[in-house]
Design a protein around this ligand. Structure first.
Ligand SMILES: NC(=O)c1ccc[n+]([C@@H]2O[C@H](COP(=O)([O-])OP(=O)(O)OC[C@H]3O[C@@H](n4cnc5c(N)ncnc54)[C@H](O)[C@@H]3O)[C@@H](O)[C@H]2O)c1
Length: 444
């Protein structure tokens, strides 16, 4: 099957790309330090599909399997510039040292580069992240004024760093859970709400709004409401800006979306899935607050129902118990430990169990996701893709979907969609994995 060519091919990635990171914490700094190490030749971009992954093109017999970064025109890592905001004034070197994610051998040789990354003053309100406080914070009469200050920061950063294009990935803390309200329904009401200091507009929403107004593609790495308000989704469409979210898919949920499709593929039943985590970094401290935890819980819980589709498979998945816990335990630091106890059942309902003990490193798993999202959102923008980028669902726990559509959680369906989108973008045939050997004789 030959598909129609994508109407627009991506434009070349010329000049510098500025990567803006609201929130200069463990994830952002591990990402930036990693890029400097890769450029020095002291590390590899492990976990990054754009850097290490390949893509098959055409028939299996053609042997065309380039690296993704050689197939689509991505910005080179040497052309990235970094900017950030945080309510703590610490530079990236100080944050790396405090976070304790990386060893001195990966930090000390790039100390100057990290010290040069000093965050801009944040838009912050403690009401939204109860466990944090800091004085590196903007002041303004209204939320609209604060948004204008962010817009100025963005414009000044672009000029100061000589960037041709910008992208942003929210790496700030998880805000308190909130449901969509009237002020979130359309851009006009949202702007009015900014001017009236509406209490349901959070700092994360103000950052998203400011970036969209500067036509900067934006990804939301945290589970709180921001880009997924209809107001901001509509604004992105109106301005022709690509967006995606939310909540990086990294540790336990990554495992869940690998395993659950496998159980379903073999029609194995599920009675219960109990997940618990201990972690001791600042993210863990923030999530110790019930309001922030609620945002994370909603994001983590949505995954299984999305994959297992209990309504369609009532005997197999209609009655399972799903529980997610996160416990703040300081000695563990960034090295999170996740336990999963999975009660499954097979032939004639005989019960079985699976236990997973994942000793992971949170920021090590998240850093390559930040890189891929930055490069791929920029690619989307150069291809004139705009609005929600569902093909980037692959990277999120709680993927944003277009109105009226359900989000896809299955990692393997997400990966197929991801690679087929790249093929489509470049005018290559989509791969359906449909073999023809059962009705076609090769020898004829
Ligand atoms: N590490 C992972 O595997 C992973 C996975 C999914 C989601 N996340 C999310 O990514 C985010 C970052 O994680 P982290 O481990 O780096 O956390 P972190 O606590 O180390 O860093 C977050 C930073 O954001 C800052 N911040 C909070 N509100 C801000 C605001 N309004 N403006 C500017 N800065 C602000 C904090 O001061 C802090 O420095 C969190 O929301 C986390 O839930 C992380």
């Amino acid at each position: 099957m030959t598909i129609q060519n994508s109407p627009t091919r991506p434009r070349a990635a010329t000049g510098k790309l500025g990567v803006l990171l609201p929130g200069l914490g463990a994830v952002s700094t591990t990402f930036v330090a990693g890029i400097h190490n890769i450029l020095k030749g002291t590390s590899l971009p492990v976990g990054s599909l754009t850097q290490m992954g390949t893509i098959r093109l055409g028939k299996r017999t053609e042997g065309r399997v380039p690296l993704i970064r050689e197939f689509v025109p991505l910005t080179g890592l040497e052309d990235l510039e970094f900017g950030s905001w945080d309510l703590h004034g610490e530079n990236a070197y100080q944050v790396v040292k405090r976070s304790g994610v990386l060893k001195p051998e990966h930090v000390d040789p790039i100390r100057e580069k990290l010290e040069a990354l000093v965050p801009m003053k944040a838009v912050f309100d403690r009401q939204w992240v109860k466990r944090l406080s800091g004085d590196h914070v903007k002041t303004g009469k209204t939320k609209y004024d604060l948004a204008q200050q962010l817009i100025e920061d963005i414009q000044e950063f672009k000029i100061a760093k000589g960037c041709e294009r910008l992208v942003a990935v929210w790496c700030g803390s998880t805000e308190v859970h909130i449901d969509i309200q009237d002020v979130h329904l359309d851009p006009e009401r949202f702007v009015m709400g900014l001017k009236e200091n509406h209490e349901a507009i959070s700092p994360a929403m103000i950052y998203a709004y400011a970036h969209l107004m500067c036509d900067v593609p934006y990804a939301n790495g945290a589970p709180n409401l921001a880009l997924d308000t209809p107001a901001l989704t509509k604004l992105a469409k109106q301005r022709g800006v690509p967006i995606c979210g939310k909540d990086f898919k990294t540790g336990q949920t990554l495992m869940k979306t690998i395993l659950a499709p496998g159980l379903k593929a073999r029609a194995i039943g599920l009675a219960g899935w109990y997940s618990t985590n201990i972690l001791g970094n600042r993210d863990g401290e923030v999530l110790d607050d019930p309001g922030s935890f609620k945002s994370k819980e909603v994001s983590k819980l949505s995954v299984l129902d999305g994959i297992l589709d209990p309504k369609r498979y009532p005997e197999l998945y209609g009655n399972y118990h799903h529980k997610v816990r996160i416990d703040y335990y300081p000695p563990r630091g960034d090295n999170k430990e996740g336990w999963d106890n999975i009660d499954i059942f097979g032939w004639m309902n005989y019960p079985m169990q699976i236990k997973i003990n994942f000793l992971c490193r949170d920021s090590i798993l998240a850093a390559p996701v930040v890189l891929d999202l930055a490069l791929l959102l920029d690619l989307a923008s150069r291809t004139d893709y705009f609005g929600i980028q569902e093909w980037l669902s692959f990277y999120f726990k709680s993927p944003q979907a277009k109105a009226g559509l359900y989000p896809e959680h299955d990692l393997f369906i997400q990966k197929t969609k991801f690679k087929n989108t790249l093929r489509h973008m470049m005018g290559e045939e989509l791969i359906t994995h449909l073999g023809r050997d059962y009705y076609e004789n090769d020898e004829e």
